[in-house]
Design a protein around this ligand. Sequence first.
Ligand code: KG4
Ligand code: ZN
Length: 338
Amino acid sequence: MRILGIETSCDETGVAIYDEHQGLIADLLYSQVDLHREYGGVVPELASRDHIRKTLPMIEQALLDADSKPDDIEGIAYTAGPGLVGALLVGASIAKSLALAWNIPSLGIHHMEGHLLAARLTGNPPDYPFVALLVSGGHTQLLACEKQGQYEMLGESQDDAAGEAFDKVAKMLGLGYPGGPEIASQALKGNRGRFRFPRPMTNRPGLDFSFSGLKTFTLNTLADLDKVTDQDKADVAQAFQDAVVDTFRIKCERALEHTGLSNLVIAGGVSANLELRNTLDAMGRARGCNIFYPEPGLCTDNGAMIAYAGFERLRQGQKENLAIDVRPRWPMTSLAVN
Ligand code: KG4
Ligand code: ZN
């Protein structure tokens, strides 16, 4: 089975082809980051217009890369939500139109399920059941995953997502967008121990998160400095990153204890963070747990994860009609079980 995947939920156009036997045979990504940079964040209307420009030529190129003809494609998966409504509608409309033209099934995929399943696109895929920490620009969630589509919410952020907090703190420090990689590289130059930031919601039971207080704490720390030097920036970046990473370590450990599971999957853009990976790997070794991540290049948004999630669902015969229906808000706990 050969599946075309289309991701257009935010500011990246991703197109990929997943083949049951050969794996990923095309994987194209176009980032709109330059387009949005001058506005300091994603402008939804510009995002939609750019997806319209890019998606079809990228599909044409993906077919060439995969040495495939439309006849070889047996299904189309696209991101149906959550995300920006106009951006989602571009991918959905193109997917459904091609499904009609090529007479093949199409299926809307939950973006965060895509992120989660990207961890299965490696030589060492995690077996179900597992705990998942999904950390992206829009979501921060701990889930117990029984099988594809059967997800129990263990905890989530009460305010900002972790990636969003990285982006906002980067902005405070005058760093570029997206903020996560910028903070991570500044943190390498920081003096550990100069500042200690709080680990929000760790001194009470539960698996929820909150990052807005950490943002305010960062702002106050910067306001207390006379003049913010490059070293100050690096020290603050490191203290902030350490606080987020340590919070995740504490909550992941708690989730593993609570569920009695011994496999932990970390996915979403923030899972590219090396400090997070090193810290959770050490926790896994100490507890005798297995920790899984997507390949670094598949942590942030991409079409490959959508093609793969779609492959897993389409091969079980799931399909939908040609009505275009996207879900800007879509709880992960309401998905069809595969
Ligand atoms: O999953 P993703 O590409 O898009 C969403 O679904 O939101 O995640 C993007 C987020 C951004 O907030 C970005 O700053 C963050 O992931 N990110 C990182 C790193 N790379 C990307 N955060 C921390 N460390 C990184 N290395
Ligand atoms: Zn994402």
